[in-house]
Design a protein. Structure first.
Lengths: 138, 105
């Protein structure tokens, strides 16, 4: 009924967190450059947190956008106030909130867990030594 | 059916993204978009299966047709979203060059 709102809310929080992480990374980098310190190579072997969070935000925004369309298709979301047809009846509202708490939360958990696994694998891939030119060509 | 169509779109774009020579087509956008939606519909499908059991896999033909139609529309919408972002970000500068050419004419 409005399960996509849970993932959309998570997407907002994650997007803000990604922006904060990016600002922090940029200020850390500028401090290092001011001190003339070498940028650690370990830094290059891992995806920065801001990028990781942006991937999660994109997964959540993309999914929430397409799911919103599905809800419009089924007539559960309308372009006039209160936008959710379930809001017109208290019984439907209770059902909608229950669905958000069950299906919506499950969706958010699935996306987040899959993202976490993806990021662990991504860090492992980035830590691998580069393939030799001969092997890479083959 | 919607989930299945979305998963196929996600797989096709992931393969295209892996085979890309550069990032000028921004293939990561439809990839992430379709995977995000697929994972969310997977959550929905888990609840559908828990509610209906095996009957979840035997939908009525009319219901299946409607779901397929929805799946195709979802893919079309995802592709439109990708195209709009691609044209606005214009990584190859093709839109900018074309606009400049029009302005000179």
């Amino acid at each position: 009924m409005a399960c996509f709102l849970v993932t959309a809310a998570e997407a907002v929080v994650v997007t803000v967190a990604a922006k904060v992480a990016k600002n922090r990374e940029m200020s850390e980098e500028s401090v290092k450059l001011e001190k003339n310190a070498e940028i650690e190579t370990a830094h290059e072997n891992k995806l920065p947190w801001s990028k990781k969070l942006m991937i999660l935000a994109s997964l959540l925004w993309g999914g929430a956008f397409l799911l919103c369309y599905e809800h419009i298709w089924h007539g559960e979301v309308v372009p006039w106030f209160p936008f959710l047809t379930a809001m017109n009846d208290p019984g439907d509202t209770a059902e909608m909130l229950h669905e958000m708490g069950t299906v919506g939360v499950t969706m958010a958990v699935i996306v987040t867990v899959v993202w976490a696994i993806m990021m662990i694998v991504a860090d492992k891939i980035m830590a691998r030594p580069d393939p030799e030119p001969a092997k890479a060509a083959a | 059916m919607t989930l299945l169509i979305c998963v196929f779109a996600a797989i096709i774009f992931t393969v295209k993204w892996y085979k890309r020579k550069d990032d000028s087509l921004m293939l990561g956008i439809p990839c992430i978009c379709f995977w995000g939606a697929s994972l969310m519909w997977l959550g929905d499908a888990i609840f559908g299966y828990a509610e209906d059991g095996a009957a979840f896999f035997e939908p009525e033909p009319a219901e299946m047709l409607n779901d397929a139609f929805l799946g195709l529309s979802v893919v079309a919408l995802g592709l439109i979203l990708w195209l709009v972002i691609l044209l606005i970000k214009d990584p190859r500068g093709i839109v900018k060059a074309s606009l400049r050419k029009k302005a000179r004419e």
